[in-house]
Design a binder for this molecule. Structure first.
Ligand code: PSU
Ligand code: MN
Length: 311
């Protein structure tokens, strides 16, 4: 167990708890962080538990060690046991924890599932450089001001986030503009387009196309040499076989958005509501797409983590 001391050494330290790292012949394996909001709040049971296990298996198959991130009894955790994954997938008392919630769950010794923002924050504190997720949060559509804490975290925390773009329920052009303003580099993995989560293309372009884990690793190293402390976004389109055409999903997104509006759903509840509603409206087709892209991203993230150890 590692203890991260606060700036005032007399104060109690924050508990960072990590499972012993798996050693290969060459030493410790590169690690890939995985988030837990998708398990606790993003997907229904039992898909969420199966997915959590499969993501860890994909990371291992590609030569890296998975570290699913969560907060248990106020303790920051990187790497969970299978029974802890099961707990997150089934408990109804686990809080959705973004950056602002971290001091609360730590002080009050609560259980929390981490979003992209808080997973990046914790991964960085554990020295984990690569993180696989589904879709990042972003600028929400409509007139109510709502920008996910995932975006400012990308601007300030040096973790490479592998995703399928931003969720299609968001305002994608505004999300890309936000990232540009705050200096976050956005790469397309095997594409020039910013993927739209359920679909491979959005009509919006990324800053550069890369075609291999080594190319991503070179950009991560250059960013480090430049002294840039921001994150990096690697956008991987959902595999073609699992894609949902944008025109097919858009009416369902519109319907889910108007239902959320009528029911006054806002704040941290809006993203889980919209994802669940789109899944229901598409007869679970969007759920299958969501699972496929998460699994694919875990594989690519592991390959990038391995490439970062090669010179
Ligand atoms: N993408 C998914 N499922 C999810 C999320 C993203 O396919 O559950 C979660 C992520 O944890 C992301 C969060 O960080 O939604 C964004 O929530 P908000 O918009 O409240 O910041
Ligand atoms: Mn929000």
């Amino acid at each position: 167990m590692l203890h991260l001391s606060s700036h005032d050494a007399s104060k109690r330290s924050i508990i960072l708890s990590v499972r012993p790292q798996v050693q290969s012949a060459e030493g410790a394996l590169p690690r890939v962080a995985l988030e837990s909001t998708v398990i606790a709040h993003g997907l229904p049971y039992p898909h969420n538990l199966r997915l959590a296990r499969r993501l860890e298996a994909h990371v291992r198959e590609h030569g890296a060690e998975p570290a699913t991130i969560a907060i248990l009894h106020g303790e920051l955790r990187a790497g969970l046991t299978d029974s802890e994954l099961h707990y997150l997938a089934t408990a109804t008392t686990v809080r959705k924890v973004s950056r602002r919630d971290l001091p609360i769950v730590v002080a009050q010794k609560l259980d929390g599932a981490t979003t992209v923002a808080s997973t990046m924050f914790i991964a960085h504190r554990f020295g984990i450089e690569v993180f696989a997720t589904g879709g990042i949060g972003g600028v929400h559509r409509g007139t109510v001001f709502d920008v996910s804490a995932d975006l400012p975290e990308l601007a300030q925390t040096p973790v490479t986030v592998v995703c399928a773009g931003a969720k299609a329920i968001l305002d994608l052009p505004a999300t890309l503009e936000w990232l540009e303003t705050h200096g976050v580099t956005v790469l397309g993995y095997g594409t020039d387009q910013f993927p739209a989560f359920y679909s491979r293309e959005s009509g919006l372009t990324v800053d550069a196309r890369v075609d291999s884990p080594a190319e991503v690793a070179a950009i991560v190293r250059a960013k480090r040499q430049l002294g840039m402390t921001s994150g990096l976004l690697v956008c991987v389109p959902v595999p073609a076989a699992a894609e949902l055409p944008a025109q097919a999903v858009e009416p369902f997104i519109q319907q889910a958005l108007s239902e959320a509006d009528q029911r006054g759903i806002r704040g941290k509840a809006i993203t889980p509501f919209l994802l669940a509603r789109v899944s229901e409206l598409t007869g679970e087709a969007s759920l299958r797409t969501n699972l496929a892209l998460l699994e694919n991203n875990a594989r690519v993230a592991a390959q990038i983590a391995v490439a970062l150890t090669e010179r």
